[in-house]
Design a protein around this ligand. Sequence first.
Ligand SMILES: [Zn+2]
Length: 361
Amino acid sequence: MVKDLKHVKFPMKMYRLKTFKEIKSIEGLDEKHLFDVIGRVIEIHCPEEKLINGKNSRLIDFTLEDPDGIQLMCTLWDEHVSKIEAFYNSTSQEPMLVLVQFCRARVCLKSGDVKICSSYDVTQLLFNQESPPFEEFRKRTSHEQTPMRSIISQSSFKECSSYSVALSGDIEVRTISEIYRDKDVFGDFWVAARIVFIDDPDWYYASCRTKGCNKKLKLKGKWLWCSTCDRNWGDGTLRYRVKVRVVDLDGNAPFLLWDRECLDLIGISADDLKDTHTKGRKGLPKELETLIGLNLLFRIAVRKEQFQNYLNAFSVMRIITDEKIVEKHAPELIQVRDRDLSPKLELELTDEDLWDIEEYC
Ligand SMILES: [Zn+2]
């Protein structure tokens, strides 16, 4: 016989979740206290090895975001590294929700920020489950999301965030020809380049309207269908996906700009632009032409696919638009005129591309 137990002291909740806000308020922080956290993974750093107290330790850093956009850095140690390492360089899991059970807070000595880390052998990681805390989290997550990225950079033990790495000047910038030369080197790299034209007339896609999904919708009969939610929509939320051709001093490549970066650069949403745009060449909105001529630092994902077909664009994971920073890393690029860059466009180009270049020069 099974009876309901209704004693007040009997715990009815599976997890002891703390909000990011609670964790980040240093007040009353007890580094020995174990608690649970749920968040969306937006960044995974490359795993690293460190000599700590004469013992070789492994660690991996990743960043969680809550529905309010608050971010929290996490570090997993040793046997816990493999739990998240599998997702490094894989972006197919979006949105990737994780519940970290039995973690503890630590104050980062360099930044003074609170982060969380694994605790000996008790910490557990649960991914994309259907249980109440996950359902609740999904409900609270909005449309606009930071896309997930993998980062090859120093862990929190050198710098406290990858963004500060970018701004502190020790980012390593590679040229386009270096990227194409090292055909077996994959990862995320910085490239300084200029956008010279829009490479593809398709500049947006319809995405799922379910909160937090954003999956590209497929046409199925007269409906648009989301394969993640298995749901039909009459229309989707438009998101940017703009393929541009970029050049630097010794090469050129197709880059793919996603919604967040285009929003940054263009200033209005894809939905609004579709409604209000003035027609430019090839039916493209004239507003997109503001991208042409921009010198930017691009963080691009270099994968096998780009070497298999040179028309496969490199996904842009992040951009730096600050002119001073771009100039610092690519002074020659800023100074050179377009007409001195264009003779170097020697790739297999379509007639349309050539027409574009001619027009542009
Ligand atoms: Zn969906």
